[in-house]
Design a protein around this ligand. Structure first.
Ligand SMILES: Cc1ncc(COP(=O)(O)O)c(C=O)c1O
Length: 366
């Protein structure tokens, strides 16, 4: 039996999780605040962590809600803002769980093309000029899931101007921001214009996903409204996990954890790009500047569904591009390099190329 190599899951491999640091943070947290950890706490989250996050973003703690992972933050935000029939703009392609969550709420989802420097803001401007009245635009600005692309500063400004002019909220979904491995960091849209932005981020990619701690930053009144939804949903989020994250952050351990993750991801991304160029020359992609993902386009007519099965037969997994779209994407795929070592990447791409050869490249491909 060949060992499966998974490019499917957007999750880190265990070797880049600081388990010892987490154990130490848990010990410190239980020692310093057993009462705070053992109690229900409040729906806003563990107060010291809420304050740490507020300071990082230069906002008032009242603008912060700490949740069980940022998926929970997304769900609360959609519960608070999105009713059936409301128009919501998303990127094309976008994170499949967001897409599902919006569709389950009966939102009128409008996908706007994603380019290597972010959402096509002129296409969005045309959509708005044609009468679309979105409540929300969901944007993943850094190292986007699934494409790995990053929104340029000029487009951040343009998006904010469109939001102000047309009265919609930008939902800046930013779990990968700390994982830049080359180039300049760009300002968050939250810092550029907090009046029209609700921001979410997470400790899943910088600490570990199992800890399930994420957060939302937004205008005080909106956060107060969402706190009510949180209270009636679960009384309060997981105080034990949040107190551990709080110690992990305040001790500075998070900085070394981020450095470890960044270095490993940089190497993995480079290995993946090289292996694709070498073994799968039909693949076109943009090398990411950070994060977990590469989006691969195969020549038009390539059957990624057949490739998916042929790859599975060879012990390789990925996610089909069509999972991130409402329609189309049949010749694209997403590869996550976060959970695989460079050796596995090399071997995985060889198997993928073998699967591609077996299903047959489209007739007009090089
Ligand atoms: C864009 C985006 N938003 C939200 C999430 C959810 O993250 P969390 O683990 O904090 O719930 C993910 C996870 O992969 C993601 O890619």
């Amino acid at each position: 039996m060949v060992r499966t190599i998974s490019f499917a899951r957007g999750a880190p491999s265990l070797d880049i999780v600081d388990v010892d640091g987490l154990r130490a943070a848990a010990d410190q947290a239980f020692t310093s605040d057993p009462g705070g950890m053992a109690a229900y706490g409040t729906a806003v989250g563990y107060t010291p962590l809420r304050e740490w996050i507020a300071e990082r973003h230069q906002v008032s703690p009242k603008q912060v809600l700490v949740t069980n992972g940022s998926m929970q933050a997304d769900a609360f935000l959609f519960d608070g803002l999105v009713d059936a029939g409301d128009t919501v703009v998303v990127e094309r392609p976008t994170y499949d769980r967001t897409l599902l969550s919006l569709r389950n709420r009966g939102a009128d989802v409008r996908m706007v093309e994603l380019e290597p420097d972010g959402i096509d803001t002129e296409a969005l401007a045309r959509l708005l000029a044609d009468g679309a009245r979105p409540k929300l635009a969901h944007i993943i600005p850094n190292f986007q899931n699934p494409a790995g692309y990053t929104l340029s500063e000029a487009k951040r400004q343009r998006l904010l101007a469109l939001a102000r002019e047309h009265g919609f909220t930008i939902f800046e979904d930013d779990p990968y921001v700390a994982l830049r491995f080359e180039g300049e960091s760009l300002p968050t849209m939250l810092s550029m214009d907090p009046a029209v932005v609700v921001y979410a981020s997470s400790f899943s990619k910088t600490v570990c996903p199992g800890i399930r701690v994420g957060y939302l930053v937004g205008p005080e009144e909106l956060i107060a409204k969402i706190v009510k939804i949180a209270t009636s949903t679960y009384i309060s989020p997981n105080m034990v996990a949040q107190a551990i994250v709080n110690q992990f952050c305040r001790s500075g351990r998070i900085d070394s954890s981020i450095e470890t993750v960044r270095q490993a991801l940089r190497e993995r991304a480079q290995t993946l790009c090289q292996a694709l160029s070498e073994y799968l020359p039909d693949a076109s992609f943009v090398a990411p500047q950070g994060g977990y993902f590469i989006w691969v386009d195969l020549p038009e007519g390539a059957d990624v569904s057949a490739l998916f099965n042929a790859a599975a037969d060879r012990g390789v997994q990925f996610v089909k591009g069509s999972d991130f779209l409402l329609e189309g994407g049949e010749s694209s795929l997403r590869l996550a390099y976060s959970g695989v070592t460079p050796e596995e990447i090399e071997e995985g791409v060889r198997r993928l190329a073998d699967a591609y050869a077996a299903v047959g490249a489209p007739a007009h491909a090089a």
